[in-house]
Design a protein around this ligand. Structure first.
Ligand code: TEU
Length: 559
């Protein structure tokens, strides 16, 4: 195993709550995951990432952890988790855990102690500031709406919560807290997990001035005072030394909220000894009208390409490494957002997969993406579950939006879009559960389900398999230099990945109309060509100039 094995790997994200229910309670569970490991192994993925499965009151679906050392009984037992790990390893796959250390649930024992008295040693594990019951310490806003501060009458102070009021931010300035976190991470390593996905890890170091923000734009909400904060590199370096350095072959990926390219180079350049790779979200804001998530608008294709290009070129130049993704449990379904699930489900889903996976970085597939799952299009507010969606609905109503408008926005933007149960087959509740699922299954499951999709020759699932295989067979896809072409073209996203004599040319039509591709000047010197991947049956007749059909994606190897 090479040290940077994860450059050749494909990661699959499992949202356990919605993946597979084995015991008929309407929630997915560990045994459900075990029952689908062959499916995942056939797909050709190398690493599984599980979103949090620790005990939690589930105000934020497990991102509010109340015990870092146990498994939520809803998902199973520690014994079952060990079984899962063993079964994953038997299939030559790896498993990484989601670690949430910017905050804990207010039901965590630390917080209960912290609330009991200012003299309790755990009090300083959290971030407290003075303020009167009417006036919070500053005007920072929670990411889930409202003030980021909550008054606690018991100690006469406010605690900070960048997310839900039940998710209290931890005080990383406290070295004892930091050691507790590292100890907990070592515990999971000793159990045999292969790495970590670190939730909003770039928010853990706060500027200690706690100054007011301007609130003049949607992003002037306090984030500049804690995003990529003053001691973040020191903390990650310390975590690396205390935890990651103890075992070879780990994968560590940081979720970076509102980050910068410069910071991400430092997070992931191996010389800095911090993390292996990072998620950034800039490309997933190209449909935020005026920077506002809760708005409706088509995505800006030119801006999308600019962002890809900036991050690809910048991370390459700085020796950093990207995690490549369209989808996760916080994002609407990419096919509904960037493709055409009605007219070109296979073509647009496979084009999107190709476009993202062949850039420089490690690709991540979110459960259901490989079968072309879509937003469910819920028609009633009662169908939504997510705290963020429910808060947004309240806020939009206060701003005067009608219920129909609010529904239209949630249908496009809610995180619940990605959280509906995995569609396994056409039986009741899509084969996910025999009980009533915790959130409704998308109505299109009788036609759109894994069983159906896998049985087809040219399926989205098969396309994902081919992409995994391609990655294993091409050094240029893993390590080649990225170069964009026709950056201003309104329809095509074209790039190459080159390594020594191997040049991989990736041509993607992002729209439902035909368009013409002409080989760029700089590539005219190549005389040989092999088609590695194409989501239409016909090969281009003349590879120096050809017509792309709707959402066509062609991958050529030039020699
Ligand atoms: O998400 C971090 C985060 O800020 C966003 O992805 C957030 O969901 C989005 O901006 C809302 O518009 C992580 C987790 O992935 C998410 O599920 C958690 O709710 C959040 O942290 C808090 O732990």
């Amino acid at each position: 195993m090479t040290q940077q094995w994860w450059k050749q790997a494909v990661v699959y994200q499992i949202y356990p709550k919605s993946f597979m229910d084995s015991d008929g309670d309407g929630y997915g569970d560990i045994n459900g995951i075990i029952s689908k490991l062959d499916y995942l192994s056939d797909l050709g993925v190398d690493v599984l990432w599980l979103t949090p499965i620790y005990p939690s009151p589930e105000k934020d679906n497990g991102y509010d952890i109340s015990d870092y050392y146990a498994i939520n009984p809803r998902y199973g037992t520690l014994e079952q988790f060990k079984q899962l790990l063993a079964q994953v390893h038997q299939r030559n796959m790896k498993l990484i855990m989601d670690i949430v250390v910017n905050h804990t649930s207010t039901e965590h024992e630390w917080f209960k102690q912290a609330m009991s008295s200012v003299d309790n040693p755990y009090h300083d594990f959290y971030i407290w500031r003075d303020g009167s019951p009417e006036t919070p310490p500053n005007n920072w806003l929670s990411k889930f709406a409202g003030s980021a501060w909550q008054y606690c009458a018991g100690v006469g102070k406010y605690y900070l919560h960048l997310f839900d009021v039940t998710q209290a931010d931890l005080n990383w300035e406290n070295p004892i807290l930091r050691q507790e976190i590292y100890r907990m991470m070592r515990y999971w390593l000793e159990l045999g997990v292969d790495g970590f996905r670190l939730d909003v890890i770039n928010l853990i170091s706060k500027q200690q001035s706690f100054a007011d923000d301007t609130l003049l734009t949607p992003t002037a909400d306090g984030r500049k005072f804690y995003t990529d904060g003053p001691r973040i590199h020191e903390y990650l370096h310390e975590m690396n030394h205390e935890v990651f350095a103890l075992r070879d072959g780990l994968l560590t990926v940081g979720e970076m909220s509102s980050t910068t390219l410069e910071s991400c180079v430092l997070y992931t350049n191996p010389a800095c000894k911090e993390l292996d790779m990072v998620f950034n979200f800039h490309h997933l804001k190209v449909d935020y009208v005026g920077g506002e998530k809760w708005s409706l608008g088509r995505f800006d294709f030119i801006q999308l390409k600019q962002l890809f290009n900036t991050w690809q070129s910048g991370m390459q130049a700085g020796g950093g490494w990207n995690a490549l993704f369209w989808s996760n449990h916080d994002q609407p379904r990419a096919l509904s957002r960037f493709g055409d699930p009605i007219n070109y489900p296979y073509q647009s889903a496979s084009m999107l997969a190709t476009a993202i996976q062949l850039m420089q970085g490690t690709p991540y597939i979110y459960q259901g993406e490989e079968i072309g799952m879509t937003n469910p299009g819920f028609t009633h507010l009662e169908q939504y579950r997510d705290v963020e969606a429910l808060n947004a609905a309240r806020l939009l109503a206060e701003r005067g939006h009608s219920e129909a408008e609010i529904l239209a926005i949630l249908q496009a933007k809610s995180r619940d879009n990605a959280r509906t149960p995995m569609q396994w087959d056409d039986s009741l509740h899509a084969g996910f559960t025999t009980a009533t699922p915790w959130i409704e299954v998308a109505a299109n499951y009788p036609e759109l389900n894994a069983k159906q999709v896998i049985s087809r020759d040219n399926s989205i699932y098969q396309h994902y398999r081919k992409l995994s295989q391609l990655r294993k067979s091409s050094a240029a896809i893993v390590a080649g230099e990225y170069q964009i072409y026709f950056a201003d073209d309104p329809q095509l996203y074209v790039y190459t990945r080159s390594l020594v004599n191997e040049v991989i040319l990736v041509v993607n039509n992002f729209y439902g109309e035909n368009c013409t591709f002409i080989l760029p000047e700089a590539l005219q010197t190549y005389s040989g060509v092999e088609c590695l991947l194409n989501n239409y049956p016909e090969l281009p007749e003349n590879w120096r100039q050809f017509t792309l059909r709707p959402y066509q994606s062609v991958v050529l190897c030039l020699r």
